[in-house]
Design a protein around this ligand. Structure first.
Ligand code: DP6
Length: 322
């Protein structure tokens, strides 16, 4: 029913097999399938209510007004599907510890897709919700689902959707996020992946390799093989970052602090503490580990970083209405 306020919660996710490049920019059809772990510590709560008295969408994020054309365009997709013209009040709260720098478009668009579509009177199943979330931001496709989730590349709006790989997660797996920078990205993922796909001479090899990595990680999940999952996720992340280095112009998300964390992970591993690193379109590093090793890793990190910079998270749930 139009006029009812709907609130949805979506958790962020970190890709173990990265999405990096679009085949179709307008529909956000990716160049490869990707696979992620949804995290319980970081999430977004979004309320939507359609209101006949408005002459534009009114949006707040953490109670500050935002004016973002991307959000209006996204709401236009919902309006078109629901065959309505009414604008909405949208209130979004990011439950990412302040200064975390992990505020992600994944949880934001997953929560907005769920709350917005339901408030507009649409009753979408999870697959259709993931297709809608995809139109806001690619990584949001996977945040509809809890635990291990994937985004099937597909080749059109219908066939490019998210699905659950395993939820609840059987593997003992955690991520430790190390917050090195909470400033907005200098080169957004949207811009970065466009430069990579258009100019990196290694892009074709990336597609071939990442397709293999997807299968390896999927098998590792099935076989509860943490070592193979961690090793492959780390390699896949560095393969993605090598595309940024080989682009024209070349750019880099890894900074000297990121390198320091990477070296710590290698040293921990040499000393028998099994852990792996992954990075996205920014300098923050996420360490993949099992419960027994969390203390050894955070102890080591605290030599150099403050407690506020170190966030431990386990697997999180899929979309839910509050
Ligand atoms: C490195 O989903 O933020 O985190 O679709 O343009 O909004 P748009 O990009 P976005 O890109 C995420 C890139 C990544 C890898 C991943 O999450 O798969």
């Amino acid at each position: 029913m139009l006029g009812e306020k709907i609130t949805a919660r979506a958790h962020t996710n970190i890709a173990l097999v990265k999405y990096w490049g679009k085949e179709n920019e307008q529909l956000i059809i990716p160049a490869n399938s990707s696979l992620s772990l949804t995290l319980d510590e970081f999430y977004t709560d979004t309320s939507v209510i359609f209101d006949e008295s408005l002459d534009s969408d009114v949006v707040t994020l953490n109670d500050n007004a935002v004016n973002d054309e991307k959000i209006t365009k996204f709401m236009d997709i919902i309006r078109k599907n629901a065959k309505i013209n009414t604008f909405a009040r949208i209130r979004s709260i990011n439950h990412v510890p302040t200064s975390a720098g992990l505020a992600s478009s994944a949880s934001a668009y997953a929560a907005l897709a769920a709350a917005g579509s339901k408030a507009a009177g649409l009753n979408l199943n999870e697959r259709d919700l993931s297709r809608l979330a995809r139109r806001g931001s690619g990584s949001a496709t996977r945040s509809i689902f809890g635990g291990f989730a994937a985004w099937n590349k597909g080749n059109d709006d219908e066939s490019s959707y998210g699905y659950s790989i395993q939820n609840p997660v059987k593997m003992d797996i955690n991520m430790i996020a190390i917050i090195l920078d909470n400033q907005p990205k200098k080169i957004s993922s949207r811009k970065g992946m466009k430069i990579s796909i258009e100019t990196s001479p290694y892009y074709e090899s990336w597609i071939k390799q990442t397709t293999e990595d997807f299968q390896t990680i999927k098998d590792a999940i099935k076989e509860n093989d943490f070592t193979n999952l961690g090793k492959t996720a780390e390699l896949n992340a560095m393969r993605m970052h090598s595309l940024t280095l080989s682009s024209d112009p070349s750019y880099l998300y890894i900074n000297s602090d990121s390198l320091e964390v990477i070296n710590m992970v290698k040293e921990l591993r040499e000393n028998g503490v099994e852990c792996y690193y992954t990075m996205d379109a920014g300098p923050n590093v996420k360490i993949i580990c099992q419960s027994d090793n969390i203390n050894a890793i955070t102890d080591k990190l605290s030599d150099k970083f403050t407690n506020d910079q170190i966030k431990v998270s386990g697997p999180g749930e899929g979309i839910k209405y509050l």
